[in-house]
Design a protein around this ligand. Structure first.
Ligand SMILES: Cc1ncc(COP(=O)(O)O)c(C=O)c1O
Length: 392
């Protein structure tokens, strides 16, 4: 039977890592992998997480099962950061559960939406490749709209058109902040326009919040989620702590569900729990327990926010330098200065991507997506010169 399975294409980013590793040049640059890097090129464990992990080792007295919802202390401690301190549960209309990272949360959200009978899922193009991959695996029909214009800003006509064409009962997936792969987010004014349109069109919004705090700050980056939450009756938010707490491989995330009325939550959440049981039974504990300990402790919370500020500040500096380079060879780097998060796309041709790799030892995805955190004071000039060389 296993012989019936066809070879699947290799993961392009993993193939890129192999190529980068095999390159002997000392000044090679990796802008492919989607993790934060310090000015020294490292992806360290947050100090606040290290401290919480120590505490966890000393105090955790059982590893007995918690149930499909995972660590509810974690889920509830995180809720005010996502939905705001004033009304984190929107009057008892929001409940969450822990999931294995943002990916686990997306898997649950999409599966719930399918169970609920959505007609199709709208998503911007481009988007994170795992979004369509999960949809495809679940057999959900997808429709796309243009996310960004060639001059590097959000394509409002694209989303307006999609909402106008969508039918009641369609779902729409939006990135809460730090759009992957473009770095192009909706401004507050644009969210103000989009949120009521979603409500009028009776769509089920699913907001992917995988990079909260990496754009403008924890509060600022939650604007879209909160604006939509006060406008629509129902909402799913897929949250990840893997970037903003640096927990990547510890797979730490949450799914938040908002229903029209509080008494609808138990039935809806029973479906989320049943789907979790069928997928992974329960989420891994460690990362969420560490985040809970950080958020339960004022000093550790302040330390975490400080570390997150430093990360964001560094990425802002890199972006400012790229933006200031302006017209570079045949491309304009100006828009990168105002974009958010780890990623941006530079409109390289496939030949230019190859030349960046072969001639200059600079590695990134074929789509032209770069991870700006791979740039440092030591290599950014080299990068800008290489861009000028291959596109000039
Ligand atoms: C847009 C987006 N959503 C969700 C995720 C999921 O993150 P994780 O499953 O690692 O928490 C990622 C990770 O790269 C992402 O880029």
């Amino acid at each position: 039977m296993l012989d019936n399975l066809e070879q699947q294409p290799a993961d392009a980013l993993l193939a890129l890592i192999k190529l980068h590793n095999a390159d002997p040049r000392a000044d090679k640059i990796d802008l492919g992998v989607g993790v934060y890097r310090t000015g020294q090129g490292e992806t360290p464990v947050f100090g606040a997480i290290k401290a919480a992990e120590k505490k966890l080792v000393e105090t955790q007295d059982s590893k007995a099962y918690l149930g499909p919802e995972g660590d509810m202390g974690f889920v509830e401690a995180l809720m005010p950061y996502v939905f705001g301190k004033d009304a984190p549960s929107m009057g008892g209309r929001i409940e969450g559960m822990q999931t294995p990272g943002g990916t686990g949360s997306l898997r649950l959200a999409f599966a719930m939406a399918k169970r609920a009978g959505i007609r199709c899922m709208w998503m911007g193009n481009p988007t994170w490749p795992n979004h369509p991959q999960i949809c495809k695996d679940l057999g959900i029909e997808m429709k796309t709209f243009s996310h960004a214009t060639p001059d590097g800003v959000a394509d409002m006509d694209g989303i307006r058109g999609a909402i106008a064409e969508a039918e009641p009962g369609d779902a729409i997936l939006l990135h809460g902040c730090c759009h992957n792969p473009t770095g192009i987010d909706y401004s507050s004014a644009q969210w103000d326009e989009i949120a009521p349109l979603l409500a009028e069109a009776k769509l089920l919004p699913i907001i992917d919040l995988a990079y909260q705090g990496l754009g403008h700050g924890m509060e600022e980056d939650a604007y879209g989620v909160r604006r939509v939450a006060v406008s629509v009756p129902e909402l799913l938010v897929t949250q990840s702590c893997d970037k903003n707490f640096g927990l990547y491989r510890d797979r730490t995330g949450a799914l938040y569900v908002m229903t029209a009325e509080p008494d609808q939550l138990p039935a809806v959440m029973s479906n989320a729990h049943a789907l979790a049981r069928a997928n992974w039974s329960q989420p891994p504990d460690h990362g969420a327990a560490a985040v809970r300990l950080v958020l339960e402790d004022e000093k550790l919370t302040a330390q975490w926010l400080d570390e997150l500020d430093q990360m964001r500040e560094r990425m802002r500096q890199v972006r400012a330098k790229l933006g200031a380079a302006g017209k570079t060879g045949g491309v304009d780097l100006t828009p990168l200065g105002g974009q958010n998060g780890l990623f941006s796309i530079i409109p390289f041709t496939p030949e230019q991507v190859q030349a960046m790799r072969e001639k200059h030892g600079i590695y990134f995805a074929g789509s032209g997506r770069i991870n700006v955190a791979g740039l440092t004071a030591g290599n950014i000039d080299q990068f800008i010169e290489a861009v000028a060389d291959v596109t000039g």
